[in-house]
Design a protein. Sequence first.
Length: 344
Amino acid sequence: MNDTPAPAFQIRPIVPTEYAREAELVHAAYAAGPYREELANDSVWAATERDGAGRAAAGQILVAVEGDTLVGAVTVLRGESSYAKLATTGEAELRLLAVAPASQGSGLGGALIRAGVELALRWGAAAVRLDTGVKNPAAALYERIGFERTPERDAQLDGMSYGASVSYVYPLQERTDVRLREIRAAEIPEVSDLVLAAYREDYEGLPGDYLSEIANVAERAAQHQVWVAEDTESGALLGTITTPRPGAVLSDVAREGEMDLRLLGVSHAARGRGIGSLIMRHGLRLARIRGIGRVVLNTSTEMVAAYEMYDRMGFARLPEREFEITRPDGTGFTLLAYGIDVAA
């Protein structure tokens, strides 16, 4: 089990009854910041603050709550929305990051940024963009999380709200021909067939109860996160993997500060395109977004193709977490454990 203590705050999507409270929070946070004078009489900014419903409709507002108190928020916008300043179609943008003055310095701002980037990843966005004023110390936070400067985009911000600003991007997709995103409900039967066929093709003699678990994508999607690799031209689903929700684990192989992966599967038609390793790197990217330092997983001595790929990717064996499994017929195998450190 993962024994990481739960944070004092919870991050979740806003509900409509909180729009007014979120607007008040944003106003208070920016009124206490370095741009209080510039924003004090900015009617466009004030209208954006107040329009929680419009911002939520253009993407999603995430809020952080402690008990009944709203202590932070960030707006995650789709690139084609009217409130986006930098993001284009297929991208996402973070705006109006706000932390209550009394909660600043608690790590809440970074947690909201990471949650916003993960939401964009779930959408299948190609990248996340944001901007900040040159007087805002948050720039250092964005760079620590992994955002990269895009000076070629800075000119787009001229004349918008507060003075000189700088722009950033967090790339989310490695390739233009394949998109990684969260599964949609209508895709569950297809993904169930895909992953079951992949395991049956690669590994003979899997027990019936394990095959049933592999095929039960609906339960995994309800409890965890199921991801798909999608061909961006045809829309065909090419592969899948399961990850835990933030703060949870999938199995006992994960320890404190780790994230585990399970049930990687690639369709027969997509073999030879590097989809398996692409999906695995997506899992590593998710860990970095969450600020997790190591990714772990189980495989077995019978799953040769799988552990050979993990070896090539730089995963290392964790023999202290491995054990032998004996079947009723007397045959057996070793349940292998692998891990890889990622830059969080």
